[in-house]
Design a protein around this ligand. Structure first.
Ligand code: SF4
Length: 273
């Protein structure tokens, strides 16, 4: 049994405010190796959600402290307009960092890019942990594409420790519920499946199924060295037991369950943790 008293507390959301820096990007899009995604778009560098299990800093060679200082790519919409002519395929939004992290409420780069993609008829695939995605329902409900919302558990206290800058589980479930109700192809991205879910799988699967989504994607913890220092300190580990239980329980509730275990995807898409 873990002892919560040993877990590390991170600064609350207000203390993160102001940790933004504006930058100009050379390109808006990069070719993607993710299944079903031809180009990746990430309006922000770094991520204020600060999930302790995030391996994006290691993949992108950024120090953990620096990762949480968000680089706002203020010219990304202009670049996108220049780069789109002649390109075809699905645009993945948030393949490395969350496109609906707190910065988006202020800078609205994701929304501007979505407007551009909608005007030109592009299909999008969005990954997020934030209910801020609901702000853009007006666009998403009339675009072709899909939205994955990550849910790693139901325990609010645990979420604040593991994902200190991210919206709480109930907000993410609400996002899934409202996206589904609006006709958006939404799915629950459940991962990484961690040990705190052991013994709580039934309740967790009930909550996921109650949102109305018909599909879930499961992912494992990616134990890279720097990441493991954080998770070890907090007695957090991946759980194949919980993962297989969730797979079975969601299937029994009528959901289609897929794996996000492809090494190719894990290299390119930290936010799909
Ligand atoms: S796992 Fe995703 S949401 Fe969490 S800090 Fe990393 S990029 Fe952000």
């Amino acid at each position: 049994m873990e002892r919560d008293s040993k877990l590390i507390e991170y600064p609350n959301r207000e203390e993160w405010d102001g940790l933004y820096t504006t930058v100009s990007c050379r390109r808006a899009l990069s070719p993607s190796g993710l299944p079903g995604i031809q180009y990746a778009l990430n309006p922000y560098g770094g991520c204020e959600h600060g999930c302790i299990y995030c391996y994006a800093p290691e993949v992108t060679h950024v120090q953990w402290g620096g990762w949480r200082v968000v680089r706002v790519k203020v010219n990304i919409a202009d670049r996108l307009v220049q780069e789109l002519p002649g390109l075809t395929g699905t645009i993945g939004i948030g393949t490395v960092t969350d496109p609906y992290q707190g910065a988006e409420a202020r800078f609205m780069l994701t929304r501007r890019c979505l407007e551009i993609l909608k005007e030109r008829g592009y299909r999008v695939h969005i990954h997020t942990k934030s209910d801020l995605v609901l702000r853009d329902l007006d666009l998403l409900s009339s675009m072709e594409g899909e939205v994955g919302v990550t849910v790693t558990g139901l325990d609010e206290r645990r979420s604040k420790m593991l994902e200190p800058g991210a919206p709480l589980p109930e907000a993410r479930l609400r996002a899934l519920r409202e996206l589904s109700a609006a006709g958006v192809d939404a799915y629950a991205l459940i991962g990484p499946v961690l040990n705190h879910l052991e013994g709580h799988e039934d309740e967790f699967c009930d909550a996921i199924a109650s949102t109305g989504v018909r599909r879930a994607v499961l992912d494992r913890l990616n134990p890279r060295p720097e990441l493991s220092k954080r998770t070890d300190r907090m007695h957090v580990r991946g759980s194949d037991v919980a993962l297989e239980n969730i797979r079975t329980m969601l299937a029994s509730r009528g959901l289609t369950v897929e794996d996000a275990f492809r090494e190719e995807a894990r290299r390119h898409s930290p936010c799909r943790l």
